[in-house]
Design a protein around this ligand. Structure first.
Ligand SMILES: Nc1ncnc2c1ncn2[C@@H]1O[C@H](COP(=O)(O)OP(=O)(O)OP(=O)(O)O)[C@@H](O)[C@H]1O
Ligand SMILES: [Mg+2]
Length: 339
């Protein structure tokens, strides 16, 4: 384009001057001088335009090559030779765009591997208790275990395992409904105070067994439009986690309050803090902390927080976590009113 502009300008000027001289407006020496000056000016202009044009073309080719050579890892390396200012801006924009793409792809890969791990863990978590139950049932069936005490113990153990497996299958079902977008909420005016009271009553036996003190502070008049059953499940997941991660004699504080536009429900525990690098991942499916790769008998499947987040987001709310005081604080924020 640069070369075309220069060529057009030069030829238009030349044609004009030649026409003037032919029309004999200028004659003799002045005519030769004018023609020479215009010819030299035209040639120099053309030359400079060609050099510039080549530079731009070469730079834009090197930019195209850099884009074509982006490795599968998705990191864009700008061309080694310096670019003209205009192309430099494009190069910087490309670099940013590729970086965003790369981060997105990395996140997707992490989620995909979490999902694969979930399948592996779930099958492991189902198989181990099933094998145990099978052994106990066989012992009962064959009469190998026949003293009343052992029979009773086996029955209790089998029921505990069945309860745990039922909970896990229910969680998986809930999560698949959330992911499939088929979670149907029956929204109704719900008092957050009642919700907190119900949740605390439901988890009280667990807290007593763990020696953790439960405390609730709720403004009774915080009305939200919510599905009480689903939201209760999300809050219960947070409180159960808090109790499990708080050492004996610690306190778990549940607080519900409202300010102008939003209702906030928070659960503060005494877990000693979650490592900073884990904070963004705790809501991922199947995440259960580095220390818990092989979960103990009451270790969960890493579904609770993913379910809580799905439920809260279905309510147009937000869920977050931050380290605070002796532990961490999980907070659910819900819009106060919905049309
Ligand atoms: N209150 C908390 N304090 C400290 N760590 C927590 C807390 N809540 C969650 N975590 C960390 O986040 C992980 C994920 O929690 P999540 O509730 O999703 O799964 P889980 O409790 O392990 O299993 P599930 O809830 O399915 O029974 C936990 O394994 C734990 O490492
Ligand atoms: Mg949990």
């Amino acid at each position: 384009m640069l070369a075309v502009v220069a060529a057009v300008t030069v030829s238009a000027t030349l044609a004009g001057v030649v026409a003037i001289t032919l029309a004999m407006v200028i004659e003799g020496r002045p005519k030769n001088i004018v023609l020479t000056v215009v010819a030299i000016g035209g040639l120099v202009g053309l030359g400079v335009a060609l050099v510039n044009a080549r530079t731009v073309v070469r730079a834009s080719r090197s930019l195209v090559t850099a884009v074509e050579n982006v490795p599968p890892s998705g990191r864009f390396t700008p061309p080694p030779n310096p670019l003209p200012a205009e192309l430099r801006t494009i190069g910087a924009a490309l670099e940013q765009a590729y970086e965003r793409l790369r981060l997105g792809r990395e996140r997707e890969r992490a989620l995909e591997s979490a999902r694969r791990e979930l399948v592996a863990w779930v099958s492991h978590d189902l198989r181990t208790p099933l094998a145990g139950m099978r052994a106990m049932v066989e012992a009962l069936e064959d009469g190998v275990a026949d003293d009343p005490e052992t029979v009773k113990r086996y029955h209790v153990q089998i029921r505990v395992e069945v309860d745990r497996l039922t909970g896990m299958v229910e969680d998986l079902f809930e999560l698949s409904r959330i992911h499939a977008g088929s979670l149907r909420l029956s929204l109704a005016r719900t008092g957050l105070g009642d919700l907190v009271a119900d949740t605390l009553a439901a988890v009280e036996p667990l807290a007593r067994a763990e020696g953790v003190r439960l405390s609730g502070e709720a403004d009774p008049h915080v009305p939200v439009y919510a599905d009480a059953g689903q939201l209760g499940r999300a809050v219960r997941n947070l409180v159960v986690n808090a109790i499990r991660h708080t050492p004996a004699a610690g306190t778990v504080l549940v607080r519900a309050a409202a300010d102008g536009t939003a209702a906030r429900l928070s659960v503060l525990d005494g877990c000693g803090g979650i490592p900073e690098e884990d904070l963004p991942r705790v809501f991922d499916v199947a995440f259960r902390g580095e220390a818990a790769r092989t979960p103990g008998p009451d270790g969960g499947a890493g579904l609770g927080l993913a379910i809580a987040r799905g439920i809260v987001e279905a309510h147009d709310g937000e869920i977050g976590v931050a380290n605070e005081g002796p532990g961490c604080r999980f907070t659910i924020t819900l819009p106060l009113r919905r049309a």
